[in-house]
Design a protein around this ligand. Structure first.
Ligand code: CIR
Length: 254
């Protein structure tokens, strides 16, 4: 996927109180800052201009900025996050996006939509129905996208937080997918690389200007991606993993 820009938000100290389904782990603030800095550095090396929004202590999960908006080249759609504690993240993102996009649309309550449930492949959008995104929110997004000539479909998410927790587009018609969480038959038009046994987390990877960035520690899946012809770089995102987040969640790319 070709991008020129990314927007990120520095983790706040309260990141340690972020939402998580994991009971026995606690994220470390200092390590999260270090891992976030390494993430920014790598995106810069891959040619992206980065806007870094300042941390917001009121919103522990605000570093997972992907969930706040869906960006296309000509339009920004502000989400209505499914988690109540995250709804307030939208306001400052809206103010920032107004300086970059001339056209802004909104997902209106009661419909909910998290950006992590929206997978864009060229002009086609796949929207996951998850614990965070509901039918109403997904249909609102489809209506907005149809106004700019884009189409999409709605896909149930069986397991995992968001659609993109379990599937990533790598480019060249390839997907990386955790077939335990997502029914692979929704993606029969693509070459699907499935994550290796016990490596489902690595399905949350990102492809930037010809390089695939994967979380470190998933060597079998990394080899599969390399064997398909991709250049792979890895990052340690252990602290974000503890909060059910990962590589895609940490930026809005356009
Ligand atoms: C949450 O539960 O909302 C955050 N702790 C993690 C959000 C991860 N975002 C993403 O997958 N797009």
């Amino acid at each position: 996927m070709n991008f020129n820009h990314a927007i990120v938000r520095t983790p706040c100290k309260n990141v340690v109180y972020g939402l998580t389904t994991q009971k026995t782990v606690c994220a470390d603030y200092t390590k999260s800052i270090e891992q976030h800095e390494n993430y920014i550095k790598l995106l810069e090396e891959l040619g992206l201009n980065i806007d870094i929004l300042t941390s917001e202590e009121k919103f522990p999960d605000s570093t997972f900025i992907e969930d706040t908006a869906v960006l296309t080249q000509c339009l920004a759609v502000l989400c209505n996050p499914g988690a109540d504690s995250r709804k307030g993240e939208i306001s400052s993102v809206r103010n920032f996006l107004k300086t970059k996009f001339s056209k802004i649309e909104n997902i209106e309550g009661p419909g909910t939509l998290d950006g992590g449930d929206v997978l864009e492949i060229n002009d086609q959008f796949y929207i996951g129905l998850s614990n965070r995104t509901d039918q109403n929110g997904a249909e609102q997004l489809l209506t907005i996208l149809s106004k700019i000539g884009k189409t999409g479909s709605i896909i149930p998410v069986r397991e995992g937080l968001h659609l993109k927790s379990s599937v990533s587009y790598l480019g060249e018609n390839y997907l990386l997918i955790n077939s335990e969480s997502i029914n692979i038959s929704h993606f029969s038009d693509y070459e699907c690389i499935t994550t290796a046994f016990n490596e489902g987390y690595s399905a949350n990877s990102i492809s930037i200007n010809g390089t695939v960035i994967m979380p470190n520690g998933f060597s079998k899946t990394k080899t599969k991606v390399e064997n398909a012809g991709f250049m792979v770089k890895t990052l340690n995102v252990s602290e974000f993993k503890k909060l059910d987040g990962g590589l895609s969640c940490l930026s809005l790319r356009y």
